[in-house]
Design a binder for this molecule. Sequence first.
Ligand SMILES: CC(C)(COP(=O)(O)OP(=O)(O)OC[C@H]1O[C@@H](n2cnc3c(N)ncnc32)[C@H](O)[C@@H]1OP(=O)(O)O)[C@@H](O)C(=O)NCCC(=O)NCCS
Length: 194
Amino acid sequence: MEAVEAPSLASVRSDPSAANAGVARALELRNGRLVTLRAARREDIPAVQRFVRGLSFESRRNRFFAPLRELTRDQLDRMTRSRPPDEVSLVGETTEDADSRIVAMGQYATCEPTDAEVAVVVDDAWQRQSLGTQLLRFLAELGARSGLAVLSGFVLADNRPMLALLTRLGYEFSSDDDPRLVRVAKPLLPLGCP
Ligand SMILES: CC(C)(COP(=O)(O)OP(=O)(O)OC[C@H]1O[C@@H](n2cnc3c(N)ncnc32)[C@H](O)[C@@H]1OP(=O)(O)O)[C@@H](O)C(=O)NCCC(=O)NCCS
């Protein structure tokens, strides 16, 4: 697995575009297929919309909490805007075929100074191959590097795959005022701690 290390927090804050250039990781999935995680950019908008349209109804509902078929312009702008350290948006891209294709996305955005909300989604045909796990781990690593203390989020209470995945990764669960949602959170160890 090849990793390109993210630059220091000081350089990231002074030049977010340079920070994005350093955010990349090559993954090998359980079935041997290869995916690169990298920062999303505006040019990805058509490919992101294709990715979302290609998801199953259930995956779209579980990710966006609504029965949408595609994203609005605002949502596309947000999903393709990566401004570390406060806002990170990753695409998982495969270049195995002649053309590159997005097969996963993951984001976090700070909601408190040291707390960020995280969300991920994997193409249905690419699920159960460790991509969701590796995407969440990379987001946690980038968050820790940026000084975040906690990754948190909301998951639909009937989203068993995501709750099973988060249990494995050590997230804690608590109930929300909305009974359809579960709050999830995980403290991040500062990098360098065992
Ligand atoms: C949840 C999701 C991201 C998981 O991605 P993934 O790439 O399939 O996850 P992984 O392959 O890393 O799975 C890791 C573990 O999670 C659990 N898991 C994943 N999918 C599961 C499923 N369908 N049923 C039960 N457990 C599941 C398992 O414990 C799995 O380990 P195993 O395959 O060794 O049994 C994916 O199902 C998805 O994109 N769902 C739709 C969007 C969504 O729900 N996003 C969360 C919004 S907050």
